[in-house]
Design a protein around this ligand. Structure first.
Ligand code: C2E
Length: 743
């Protein structure tokens, strides 16, 4: 309140007791009026508070209204300058008798400033000294609220203007207010949309109505609508917007609604592109997955094929193609394993070498298909004969091997017997009933060898012995066999040099014709004297020469030497003398054998009928057709052929006829026991008679006694040969014998 020069009005004092009562009452009434006022009221005179109500004392924190009286009015203001400014402002108006009104900052007694609404008036405009009366309304709270409201309003306005969303107020579907963002969004100028119908920013009536149907029911229920709507810009572009709206007052639709609109067209397009991209990616992914699956499948297929190839290659490398039995490689692997197990556990292993007897004969006579079928059937039977953990392997040809882990010598022998028994049952192949025999050799770990190769070698040696000693049998390896095998190797090697080193020679044994007692023929028998090994019998080295193929060169040397010797004897006048030469089957099977004989005969100038070729019955076994052809050719050349060791082999009478045989040589095994054995006598007698019937001559071998000679003569045997007359002797010795008997 300004300090005016005018005094505040004073209340008139009562003039009489009666008047005093009235005055007192009026004063009380005035005081209660003042106290009941909601604003502070103060009378100021001479810049001092004369009177005030309690409200004023409260506003300025002056205690009771009575405490305020007498205080300087200037203290109610923040400072002297503010006070004087108010005075300067208010006084002219007050003096004109008007009220001064204004908002002014005041000061409470504790120094706190506050805003008040002041109204002042002079009590007496004629005389300002009577003072002035002021109402003080504390509007500090209002002022604060107003300031807050103003801030709030400013903030709202800022939000409204700078929001990144369009904000629209609609009333009755018409735009009452919107921000710039909304106008910009739709391409309208500022204020252009004011009062426009909301239809303006929808693409069509249908869109507009549909939006209304979606939104308004929600708004009317006090809810807020939230959704995606298609709007249209001024230039016709379609926008996709996220829209959120709410009624300003759900109870009073006429107040309208607020809409907050965000353009998400870009986002929408991005999402659409994203969806397309995703779909494309998905498609590519599916395609790649499909390709991948196909690749995987193809890879799996390739892997399977490779696996199959590997298995196939493994099978080819480890199994025999014909019989599907393990081959040598797999046999070796399994043998190593079996030997290793036996070595670790102190057990044994048996290796059994099987070789069919005369399989070649079956192959040649019935064809390879039959031979193969027989091998397959034998393989099947062998497999059936042994146990599951035993191995039946085929090494090739007619050679099989059984690997019997854990088998002892007795066990292996038992298996060999079972195999023999099993093979004795005839085989029925291609309508042929075939009987098969085989020779078997057994070797045992650890007795005979410590590895597969050694055991197989031993089993092979034992099998060879079984074959050499009669076939269709089995033998268990012995060191003796090994020695023999070693010797065979030694002899084979020594034999290669025997010819060139002149270690071979021929002895001759005479054959005497029983009719006249004369020597009609000499048999050339090969002798080998080795400087270190001594004399080696032909029975020992001929098989070695045959097995090593050396018999071809040796045999040719024998024939040439025998014919050369005969030439010398003929030249000595023994012109009737013939020479007999032993032939191996291998020599006989040489394709140009007849030509060789012809050439040798010519070389030595010997007539073909002076040469006798002694063949064993076996020559015809391998290839009877070729044998017959060769014999026919030799026969046509005039060469004579005899069958050596007749009776021990397989010749049939029919074959003898076809073979163009000139002579049968009765084997010495029959002759040997002629004295004691009735059977042999009957047999020898039958052979002689049969030969006579066929017009074939007979020579008995190994005649050692007079009794044998007598019997043979009695039976009509043509010739004899044996120690009774002469053993085989060197040419010079036999020459004396010949000359003596020729005389
Ligand atoms: N116990 C006994 N033996 C008698 C008697 N008379 C002759 N021998 C023997 O009986 C064998 C007869 O010959 P081989 O049956 O052809 O049997 C021959 C023949 O198969 C074969 N051999 C001999 N030389 C040749 C040859 O040059 N070439 C071929 N391929 N084999 C030959 O060797 C076999 C054995 O010949 P060698 O040891 O010379 O034995 C000869 C002969 O010495 C006798 O009264 N008693």
């Amino acid at each position: 309140m300004p300090e005016t020069s005018a005094a505040l009005p004073t209340f008139p004092l009562p003039a009489s007791p009666c008047a005093s009562d009235d005055l007192q009452r009026a004063l009380r009434e005035q005081q209660s009026l003042l106290d009941s006022a909601a604003v502070g009221i103060v009378f100021i005179r001479q810049r001092s508070i004369v009177r005030c109500n309690q409200r004023l004392a409260d506003i300025f924190q002056l205690g009771s209204s009575a405490d305020a009286i007498g205080r300087s009015s200037q203290l109610l203001h923040p400072n002297r300058e503010v006070f004087h400014a108010l005075v300067r402002d208010a006084l002219p108006l007050l003096l004109k008798g008007q009220s001064w009104r204004g908002e002014h900052q005041m000061r409470r007694s504790d120094g706190a400033l506050f805003w008040a609404h002041l109204t002042g008036r002079l009590v007496n405009t004629q005389d300002s000294r009577e003072g002035s009366v002021w109402t003080v309304d504390d509007i500090d709270d209002q002022q604060r609220v107003r300031a807050m409201l103003a801030t709030f309003e400013r903030e709202n306005q800022l939000l409204f203007e700078h929001a990144l969303a369009g904000i629209v107020f609609l009333r009755n579907h018409r735009l009452t207010r919107c921000n710039r963002h909304f106008e910009d969004m739709l391409g309208y100028g500022q204020g252009e949309l004011l009062g426009a119908s909301s239809r303006a920013w929808f693409p069509s009536d249908r869109h507009w109505q549909q939006a209304g149907r979606q939104c308004y029911p929600v708004l009317q229920q006090g809810g807020s609508f939230e959704g995606r709507l298609k709007l249209r810009a001024k230039d016709g572009r379609t926008l996709v917007c996220l829209v959120r709206s709410k009624a300003l007052d759900a109870g009073d639709p006429s107040l309208g609604s607020i809409w907050i609109i965000v353009d998400v067209t870009g986002q929408h397009q991005s999402q659409a592109q994203l969806r397309q991209l995703h779909a494309r990616l998905q498609q590519q992914f599916d395609e790649r997955t499909h390709e991948l699956n196909q690749t995987v499948q193809s890879l799996q297929h390739q892997i399977r094929n490779r696996q199959q190839d590997r298995e196939h290659i493994y099978h080819l490398a480890h199994y025999d193609a014909l019989t599907q039995l393990p081959n040598r490689t797999l046999l070796a692997e399994r043998s190593h394993e079996a030997i290793a197990r036996a070595a670790a556990g102190g057990g044994s292993v048996a290796v059994m070498f099987l070789d069919l007897d005369n399989f070649k004969h079956i192959n040649d006579s019935l064809g390879h298909a039959t031979g193969d079928a027989l091998l397959v059937e034998i393989a099947r039977r062998l497999r059936q004969t042994v146990r599951g953990y035993d191995t039946v392997a085929r090494l090739g040809g007619d050679e099989f091997v059984l690997l019997l882990p854990g088998a002892s010598e007795q066990g292996a022998a038992r298996v060999a017997e079972k195999v023999q028994h099993m093979l004795r049952q005839p085989f029925s192949i291609d309508r042929n009933e075939l009987n098969v025999a085989l020779s078997m050799g057994i070797a045992l770990y650890p007795q005979h060898g410590s590895d597969f190769a050694a055991l197989l070698q031993c089993a092979d040696t034992a099998m060879y012995h079984a074959k050499a000693t009669g076939r269709d049998d089995f033998r268990t390896f012995t060191p003796q066999m090994q020695r023999q095998a070693s010797r065979a190797l030694q002899l084979e090697s020594a034999l290669r040099k025997a010819l060139e080193r002149g270690q071979l020679s021929l002895h001759y044994q005479p054959q005497i014709t029983l009719d006249n007692g004369k020597v009609s023929c000499v048999e050339a028998l090969l002798r080998w004297h080795h400087p270190q090994l001594g004399d080696i019998t032909p029975s020992e080295f001929i098989p070695i020469a045959e097995n090593s193929g050396q018999i071809l060169s040796i045999g040719e040397w024998v024939i040439r030497s025998a014919l050369a010797q005969l030439r010398r004897w003929h030249d000595l006048g023994l012109t009737w003398l013939r020479v007999a030469v032993n032939l191996s089957a291998l020599q006989f099977r040489q394709p140009r054998f007849p030509q060789l004989i012809e050439q040798l005969l010519q070389e030595c100038r010997i007539a073909p009928d002076m040469l006798e070729l002694e063949l064993t019955e076996g020559v015809a076994i391998d290839n009877p057709h070729q044998a017959v052809a060769t014999m026919r050719q030799l026969h046509a050349q005039g060469v004579r052929m005899s069958v050596d060791d007749f009776g021990t082999g397989y010749s049939s009478l029919n074959q003898l006829k076809r073979f163009q045989i000139y002579k049968l040589k009765i084997d010495q095994s029959f002759v040997r026991d002629l004295d004691n054995d009735g059977n042999d006598r009957a047999l020898v007698s039958a052979i002689i008679r049969m030969a006579q019937a066929l017009g074939i001559r007979t020579t008995a071998e190994g005649v050692e006694s007079q009794a044998q000679l007598d019997y043979l003569r009695e039976q009509g045997c043509c010739e004899v040969q044996g120690y009774l007359f002469s053993a085989a002797q060197p040419a010079d010795v036999i020459q004396a014998f010949l000359l003596q008997h020729a005389a």
